[in-house]
Design a protein around this ligand. Structure first.
Ligand SMILES: Cc1ncc(COP(=O)(O)O)c(C=O)c1O
Length: 352
């Protein structure tokens, strides 16, 4: 018998993508960036005096919040920082969803959202995406009496960005908080940060894990009107962003141009990869992210296993609507050329 709360004991918990150590893989499974972070991060790390670690980090991450909000013309009281954007999502659920309350999210989407509902002892309200993985116009209505609706835009694992008109409509109509998870937005054509000025019930979160090449650092930022930020500040751990992350994260955020250079390269690689895969018979919804969801002309789970054996890790989700697809993170041009050669070899083998 478990000693844990019933809502914990009965769930499996979130399962992140593999970080295997058994051999070296070309890792295309967790949407990390193949390029290193800005050289300014390396310089800040070199200059960092470890003696500073005697003291706790600044609990409000004030300098980081100033740096993160400046490009959008906002001030620090419009932002909160977290230990990755996953931490911010946990803070969101603690702040806006009661135990016994309800959390809404699209399906398919980031598989952490339903787990957060379970952890809180709240009900799950999945809102089905349409056949093209678009958000339905009446999503606010379908989210019913949930108090938090999390919309991932661009969406994971499908890669598409929901229509802006639909996003506006949902933010207007939904009575609770709409959380827009923009983990992949730097790879997209547009974004929703401006929504936070317009709507008092909207939060937009971002991360340095993908576009800024800093998944190992753990830093996320969420933007919202100060009244929402003030409530979330009460629900965070006191020192939820460590001192080293505050220093290195600031150095990275100050070098937006370097990040945008890597984004341009990855978008070009993505577009070439899509064209090549389509030529091999794959179906791919349009991607606005650093990954593509691709439906192979052979069973996806078999291809996933075959690729793994040959040293390529991609992601396979045994979940409704996406079990016929593999999700491929965009790597370097060399990674993708090797990947394409291997896929072509596998597809040419007799019996496929
Ligand atoms: C949609 C989405 N949101 C949030 C995250 C978490 O990012 P972070 O590394 O900032 O916790 C991920 C990570 O894969 C993600 O796919």
């Amino acid at each position: 018998m478990s000693l844990a709360r019933a809502s914990i004991a009965r769930i499996a918990g979130y399962v992140p993508g593999e970080q295997p150590r058994d051999r070296s893989y070309i890792k295309l499974n967790t949407n990390e960036n193949p390029y290193p972070p800005s050289p300014r991060v390396a310089a800040a790390l070199h200059a960092f005096d470890p003696a500073r670690l005697r003291l706790y980090s600044e609990p409000l991450s004030l300098e980081l919040r100033q740096t993160a909000t400046a490009p959008f013309g906002l001030t620090a009281d419009w932002a909160i920082c977290g230990n990755g954007s996953d931490d911010l999502l946990t803070i969101a659920v603690r702040t806006f969803v009661d135990q016994g309350g309800k959390l809404a999210y699209p399906e398919p989407s980031y598989s952490l959202y339903p787990v957060l509902a379970d952890l809180q002892g709240a009900g799950r309200v999945p809102v089905d995406l349409d056949a093209d993985f678009e958000l339905p116009d009446d999503a606010a209505c379908r989210a019913g009496d949930a108090t938090l609706l999390i919309l991932c835009r661009p969406n994971a694992p499908t890669g598409n960005a929901f229509r802006l008109e639909t996003m506006h409509r949902v933010c207007r109509e939904f009575r609770g908080v709409v959380w827009i998870d923009e983990a992949y937005v730097d790879f997209a054509d547009d974004h929703c940060v401006d929504f936070v000025r317009q709507y008092p019930n909207v939060v937009v979160s971002r991360t340095v894990s993908k576009s800024y090449s800093l998944a190992g650092l753990r830093l996320g930022v969420a933007f919202a009107q100060p009244h929402l930020i003030a409530e979330m500040m009460k629900a965070k751990d006191s020192y939820n962003v460590d001192l080293l992350t505050q220093v290195l994260g600031k150095a990275a955020l100050e070098d937006r141009d370097y990040m945008l250079g890597n984004v341009r390269r990855l978008r070009a690689t993505r577009d070439r990869l899509c064209a090549e895969l389509r030529g091999l018979g794959f179906e791919i919804p349009p991607s606005q992210t650093n990954f593509v969801l691709a439906k192979p002309p052979v069973p996806a789970d078999g291809l996933f296993r075959e690729l793994r054996q040959r040293g390529f890790l991609v992601r396979y989700f045994d979940l409704d609507r996406v079990r016929d697809y593999i999700r491929i993170t965009i790597g370097t041009d060399a990674d993708m050329a090797a990947f394409l050669r291997t896929v072509a070899d596998i597809l040419r083998e007799p019996g496929r």
